[in-house]
Design a protein around this ligand. Sequence first.
Ligand code: SF4
Length: 205
Amino acid sequence: MVNLDKEQDKIIESLDAVPTLLLHACCAPCATWCLKKLAPHFDVTLFYANDNILPQAEFEKRFGELEKLVALVNDKKCDIEAVKPVKLVKKQYDEQVFHTVACGREDLPEGGQRCFDCYAMRLLKTAEFANEKFDWFATTLSVSPYKNANWLDQIGKAQITTAKWLPCDFKKKGGYNYTIEFCNKYALYRQHYCGCTPRVEDNLD
Ligand code: SF4
C-alpha cells in the first residue's frame, strides 16, 4: 500500500520555490491541520466547494468558520505558519448538483459509492478551478477518519487539469487530533456530521 503522506513529504522536500496550491476545504476543522502542514511551503488558496452540505444554512455556517480560521492564520494569532497570506474562495452553492449525485442512494451509510461520487463531484470542481491558475491542487477531506484517502488519491490523479495533484493522507502524524485540539483552543465550530446526513440529535443552530 502506498504511503500517501510520505509521497507528499517527498514532494515538499523537493520544492525549490513557493508554488501555488488550490486546497479544496470541506470545513474549518479539517483545514486546520492541512494548513499547518502545507501553508509553510505553498501559497495556499482554500476552495470552499461543497454542494453536499445540507441545509444551506449549515453550508454558510461552515464557511463563516473558515473565514475565522483564515483570519487567525493571516493575523498570526495561532501556531499555523503561512509563507504567504492564505486566500479563500467560495463556490456558489447548488444543492441540486449533490442531489443528482446522491439520487436514490440517500439512505446508504457513509463510506460507500455515494461518498465516492461525492468526493469526485467536489474534486472535479476543484480541478476545473485550478486549471491554468494553480501549480497544485489537493483536498482536506482525508483528515477525517471516515474518508478514504486512497479513493481521494485515485480521483485526484484522474482529473484532467494543468495543476498537479498533491497526494494526501492527512490522518497521519496525528492530524485528526490536531483538528480537535485547535477547534477547542480557538472555539471553532465542529459539526457532528459530514454533510448530507444530519442526525436528528444534531444541533444545527
Ligand atoms: S456522507 Fe459526506 S462524503 Fe458521503 S455523500 Fe454525504 S456529504 Fe458526501
